[in-house]
Ligand binder design. Structure first.
Ligand code: 6PG
Length: 475
């Protein structure tokens, strides 16, 4: 019997579905899980779907693979990945390639890449998006590592990836942590997208008085236009769903505490490290934190009073929310792509932003019609500083501006919090401002800490002894 082309280590839902996806393309796959019961269950449920070969210890799992070997680790991010690598290593040989397909932190991926490459092994930190369904039917893949390691996996990756206009949603991202970084920013943008949708729902509900089912129709309609995307589509489905127990709209029965596994927070943390103003993603992370403080919110509502929404000016509000959502979304993506450009320069990756947009067109959670326009914008101008400056987005935001302001103004007046809408708008206003108030920030810093400042009219670094009414000195 020929050996298996790929080994999948870790048979949670994602691992199982990826293994089934590969096997369904006629590629033999060896599968292994630390606990045997899970392997047995998978084989009894799906063993007939393709050439899936169970192994019950690491040595025979590795021995079942053709050389150089390809092993896809699908375990929880963090310590379990190091444990899986440690278990595999004694059985691997130079030239074998290990793939980590989890949502690993890119700093960990860089560390693991250095260690494994020094031992002659290939390592591919690979972002995989699309959830359980995507893993089974076609995910978006973001591999990072050496090119040689990538080429070894390329035929399998491109066979199982989602397709957009016939092209596989998989491309080499760059060295060491590049793939996991791009996936991290994908998730950060996913947080922003979801938060913006939640704010749109809140305004439509609190201000326009639209119930979940009426809103489902609105989102369905929005999905026919510029907002066409997977997340808008499933928002309509979530809003339309009724609770089988109570018969109420299910969304009304779900606890309003957002959880998170960490990738959005990491995106914000690295944006802070890079000095990139990724405000919309970060507001989305903060909004989840605030939502999680449910006891505090309930106590505060009793003391401070919840916002009581008086009937606002509702005419045309639905269309205005749609425009505000689109404009804010453009800002979130502009910030995410700016962050990837900055990371690429900092970490030496040479990320291709047009390729990233292309890989995100299908299979992943943020897949959307407008990613094709983003790809075109970066293909036309690879060094584009901000998506806000590219014509289709510049024009769209220009057209949406009045509506955007109206939605934020109305929400603020009525006490409906719209942190992502309003911070996106504040970013837009700040970004296009030739001269802002940071002159005063610099003056204050120089006053209390002699931190110096620069002048608009000539070069040099200056300090003033402000309190003593002293002279300006050049330092
Ligand atoms: C994907 C998703 C996936 C996962 C997120 C959820 O691209 O398939 O992003 O990675 O669903 O990690 O993240 P939170 O639990 O942090 O919301």
């Amino acid at each position: 019997m020929t050996r298996a082309a790929l080994g999948v280590f870790g048979l949670g839902v994602m691992g199982q579905n990826l293994a089934r996806n590969v096997a369904s393309r006629g590629i033999p796959v060896a599968v292994y899980n630390r606990t045997r019961a899970r392997t047995d269950r998978m084989m009894s449920e799906h063993g007939g779907e393709g050439d899936l070969r169970p192994a019950y210890d690491v040595a025979s799992f590795v021995a079942a693979l053709e050389r150089p070997r390809r092993v896809l680790i699908m375990v929880q991010a963090g310590e379990p990945v190091d444990q899986a690598i440690a278990a595999l290593r004694p059985h691997l040989e130079a030239g074998d390639v290990v793939v980590d397909g989890g949502n690993s932190n890119f700093h960990d991926t860089r560390r693991r890449a250095t260690a494994l490459e020094a031992a002659g092994l290939g390592f591919l930190g690979t972002g995989i998006s699309g959830g359980e369904e995507g893993a089974l039917r076609g995910p978006s893949l973001m591999p990072g590592g050496t090119r040689a390691a990538y080429h070894h996996l390329e035929p399998i990756f491109t066979a199982i990836a989602a397709r957009a206009e016939g092209a596989p949603c998989c491309a080499y991202m760059g060295s060491d942590g590049a793939g996991h970084y791009v996936k991290m920013v994908h998730n950060g943008i996913e947080y922003a997208d979801i938060q913006l949708i939640a704010e749109a729902y809140d305004v439509l509900r609190e201000v326009a008085g639209l119930g979940p089912e009426e809103q489902a129709a609105v989102f369905r309609e929005w999905n026919q236009g510029d907002l066409d995307s997977y997340l808008i589509q499933i928002t309509a489905e979530v809003l339309a769903k009724r609770d089988p127990e109570t018969g109420l709209p299910l969304v009304d029965v779900i606890l309003d505490e957002a959880e998170q596994k960490g990738t959005g927070r990491w995106t914000s943390q690295d944006a802070l490290d890079l000095g990139v103003p990724a405000t919309t993603i970060t507001e989305a992370v903060f909004a989840r934190f605030l939502s999680a403080q449910r006891d505090r919110r309930r106590a505060a509502a009793r003391v401070l009073g919840t916002s009581r929404v008086a009937a606002g000016d509702r005419a045309g509000l639905v269309d205005a929310v749609r425009d505000a959502l689109y404009a804010s979304k453009v800002v979130a993506y502009a910030q995410g792509f700016e962050q990837m450009a900055a990371a690429s320069a900092r970490y030496g990756w040479e990320l291709n932003l047009g390729t990233i947009a292309a890989v995100w067109r299908a299979g992943c959670i943020i897949r959307a019609r407008f990613l094709d326009r983003i790809r075109q914008a970066f293909d036309r101008q690879p060094d584009l500083q901000s998506l806000l400056l590219a014509s289709p987005f510049r024009d769209a935001v220009e057209q949406a501006q009045d509506a955007w302001r109206r939605v934020v103004r109305t929400a603020v007046e009525l006490g409906v919090p719209v942190p992502a809408f309003s911070s996106a708008l504040a970013y837009f206003d700040g970004y296009r401002r030739e001269r802002g108030p940071a002159c005063l920030v610099q003056g204050l810093r120089d006053y209390f800490g002699a931190h110096t400042f620069h002048r608009v009219d000539r070069p040099g670094t200056f300090h003033v002894r402000w309190a003593e009414d002293g002279d300006q000195v050049e330092v």
